[in-house]
Design a protein around this ligand. Structure first.
Ligand code: PMT
Length: 399
């Protein structure tokens, strides 16, 4: 009963994914949560209040101005009752209203009137999700500490393919469990690097790689949920900052090196998940390089090795963890890096087969000087948790 006695207010806004909310109520109840449902007017076009009342075992709220409902549990009382508000599905319209602080129905009023953590599970057409207005709203909400659970990508009810599918009920439940769950990294500090670096060639060009930042951001999110104080040093990526994470944006390997060395000393954990460029052009041309010859030779110089320098610090983090992305002899190369860079653990991933760079799934092998643990192929979110659970155990054994 992982959610035993937790008071969860489930908001349902209008969208085809509302049919999944019935299953979500069931799953939350199975885990011991006390669930109360509030629906918007358009949500009732997709699923009936009666279904949700039967599944939750509580009356369903749908009107701000209903005297009988107010007599039972007034909206301010309900806002105070909730320990967590989850809106699933959260439509583009609902998201826009919450971002603007509009309170024109029961659900948006409760959201504004409650001090409980708020999680939104966006669900909408992929183009609506990608629209600048929606993205701006999500960025504002995320910066305010609102948790964004999903959306997933894939085929949509309208036939489009892309991001905007509501997360499955069990995925949402897992995030609620994480929110209330044990905090094995409480009181621990984590600094991590994520994403690619850009090495400038001239004012308009750079050398980089295919890292999307997804693996590193998943670690940052999971670590914050496990109670760590997280500083995320991010190369140029197009990802929202996870709730509760301090983010510092950098561009080149030199920027990342300087930032990492100023934040890492004395921390509990340093994780180098970034795909740092090994070399940079000796000099970035002052003006745009012209197409004056058939070939172009660029002289490159080695970048400093960020993680090696962190591992060699006087105030070395308790654990220094690297990543290794390899296309062949993965474990052998990773083990060499572990030793050469003075790391406590290296997470090796094989590049290709739809894994590692830019993908949602990955496969990791955790290698320490004495042990090798092969983790299953899973989402980067799940792997992040498995990696951090391993590291939390190691930290708990340190004096
Ligand atoms: O961002 P995603 O699209 O989700 O992809 C994730 C990932 C594949 C980029 C990630 O899982 C990963 O494997 N990151 C390390 C990539 C890599 O190839 O690292 P490396 O073998 O070049 O370096 C080994 C370790 O040294 C890494 O921890 C790296 O951060 C670090 N390093 C490397 C070079 C350098 N100059 N400084 C460093 O700190």
């Amino acid at each position: 009963m992982s959610l035993s006695t937790k008071r969860i207010l489930l908001g349902i806004s209008g969208g085809i994914a509302a049919y999944k909310s019935a299953d979500l109520v069931r799953r939350l109840k199975e885990r011991g949560a006390d669930v109360r449902v509030v629906m918007t007017t358009s949500a009732k076009e997709f699923i009936t209040p009666l279904t949700l009342q039967a599944l939750s075992g509580n009356p369903v709220g749908d009107s701000l101005l209903d005297p009988s409902a107010e007599a039972a549990m007034g909206h301010i009382e309900l806002a105070k009752w909730a320990e967590l508000i989850v809106v699933a599905p959260a439509s583009a319209n609902l998201i826009a209203k919450v971002a603007a602080g509009i309170a024109d129905d029961l659900l948006t009023t409760l959201i504004l009137a409650s001090a409980a953590p708020l999680a939104l599970a966006p669900a909408m057409n992929q183009q609506m999700y990608k629209a600048k207005a929606t993205q701006d709203n999500l960025t504002r909400l995320s910066a305010r500490g609102v948790a964004l659970w999903g959306p997933n990508g894939g085929e949509q009810a309208c036939g489009d393919v892309g991001p905007g599918r509501m997360q499955e009920p069990l995925e949402l439940v897992a995030q609620a469990e994480a929110l209330f769950g044990p905090k094995p990294l409480a009181g621990k500090t984590l600094v991590l690097t994520a994403g690619p670096t850009r090495e400038p060639l001239d004012p308009v060009r750079y050398l980089s790689n295919h890292s999307s930042g997804k693996m590193g951001f998943a670690i940052a999110k999971a670590a914050a949920e496990m109670g760590a104080e997280v500083t995320l040093i991010a190369g140029p990526v197009n990802l929202a900052t996870p709730v509760g994470v301090k983010r510092i944006d950098v561009s080149s390997a030199l920027d990342m090196h300087q930032t990492a060395l100023s934040y890492a000393p004395g921390t509990d954990l340093f994780i180098g998940c970034a795909a740092v460029a090994d070399y940079r052009p000796v000099a970035s041309a002052e003006h745009k390089i012209k197409k004056s010859s058939d070939t172009l030779t660029v002289e490159m110089v080695k970048n400093p090795d960020i993680i090696s320098d962190v591992a060699a610090l006087g105030q070395r983090p308790t654990l220094v963890v690297g990543f290794a992305a390899e296309t062949q002899d993965v474990e052998q190369y990773a083990r060499r890096k572990l030793e050469r860079k003075g790391l406590d653990l290296i997470a090796a991933n094989a590049v290709g087969n739809g894994l590692a760079f830019g993908t949602d799934d990955n496969q990791l092998t955790l290698i320490t000087p004495t042990e090798t643990q092969v983790l299953p192929t899973a989402s980067k979110a799940e792997l992040a948790k498995m990696l951090l659970e391993n590291l939390a155990k190691q930290l708990s054994k340190k004096p």
